[in-house]
Design a protein around this ligand. Structure first.
Ligand code: TMP
Ligand code: ASP
Length: 258
């Protein structure tokens, strides 16, 4: 394989230089981290599932007019994306109390919130991604007031769409984290959805059993992480090929003509 220039390496993904200027290749790794990298493991096959799940969701969002960085999937682990300037904020949307909100405000996990909440966190690993207010965002020029408005509107549209998409496959979308970037075309700038949307950055509970189908299984040592991600992929209909168990050779499925 030819050597590609590595532009950036994060905890779960690597970005390589793309085939044309203004493009990048987003590579999904199997690494799982939690609590700002204090906990780390390899979950074989996670990257392949996240690549597929995120592709599906970004394409669907594109269809309803949400601008995204996604261009096309290239292979099992990689997708072609447009290069954007990442806004250094993690935008969290919450429908149901869980995780840090439940802990911080003493609300029981699983309690439906009176309305969807949007929170901003400053993307900075050394500081452990602290929560920030709009005041901090504008004072430190991480984003302008119109950009904050645009991100909030997009976040709510994405939330409305994803709540319905997941409910249709028997999953409650509890909360999720997204990231946005600035994309320039000629002199025009627009805010686009970037990064990924996968069980790594969402809380997804089975609508009937409340089983967790997301990275909380890893954070909370519950086991069955890959199986949960596979279940999400299967319900979304993106797990078309039978993923071959590790170590086994080719399997003859049927020799008879169908
Ligand atoms: P939290 O309850 O831990 O603040 O997480 C809220 C949502 O954001 C949850 O769906 C998990 C996601 N998330 C990330 O994707 N990356 C992170 O670093 C953190 C802390 C949360
Ligand atoms: N971004 C966090 C970390 O690595 C993971 C998380 O809790 O989602 O460590």
């Amino acid at each position: 394989m030819n050597k590609r220039r590595r532009v950036y390496e994060g905890k779960a993904k690597v970005l390589y230089e793309g085939p044309e200027p203004g493009t990048l290749i987003q590579h999904f790794k199997d690494d799982a981290t939690a609590f700002n990298n204090k906990k780390h493991a390899l979950i074989e096959g996670k990257g392949v599932l996240n690549n597929r799940i995120s592709e599906y969701i970004f394409l669907k969002l594109g269809e309803i007019g949400v601008p995204t960085h996604f261009v096309r999937r290239l292979n099992m682990r990689e997708q072609l994306i447009r290069e954007v300037e990442i806004i250094p904020l993690e935008v969290v949307v919450r429908n149901v109390a869980a995780g840090s909100l439940a802990t911080r405000l003493g609300i029981e996990e699983g309690k439906q919130l009176p309305r969807s909440l949007i929170e901003f966190y400053y993307k900075n690993d050394e500081l452990g991604d602290p929560m920030v207010a709009e005041e901090h965002i504008t004072a430190f020029a991480w984003a302008t007031p119109p950009e904050i408005d645009e991100m909030m509107q997009l976040a709510l549209r994405i939330n409305d769409f994803l709540v319905g998409l997941f409910l249709g496959i028997g999953i409650r979308l509890i909360d999720f984290k997204i990231e946005f970037g600035r994309q320039w075309e000629n002199e025009q700038m627009r805010i686009v959805l970037a990064d990924e949307i996968s069980p790594d950055c969402c809380r997804l509970w089975d609508a009937v059993t409340s089983d967790k189908l997301d990275k909380d299984r890893f954070r909370r040592d519950m086991g069955g992480v890959l199986e949960a991600y596979q279940e999400v992929a299967r319900r979304l209909g993106v797990l078309t090929e039978n993923p071959r168990p590790r170590g086994s050779g080719p399997v003859l499925v049927s020799s008879k003509p169908t």
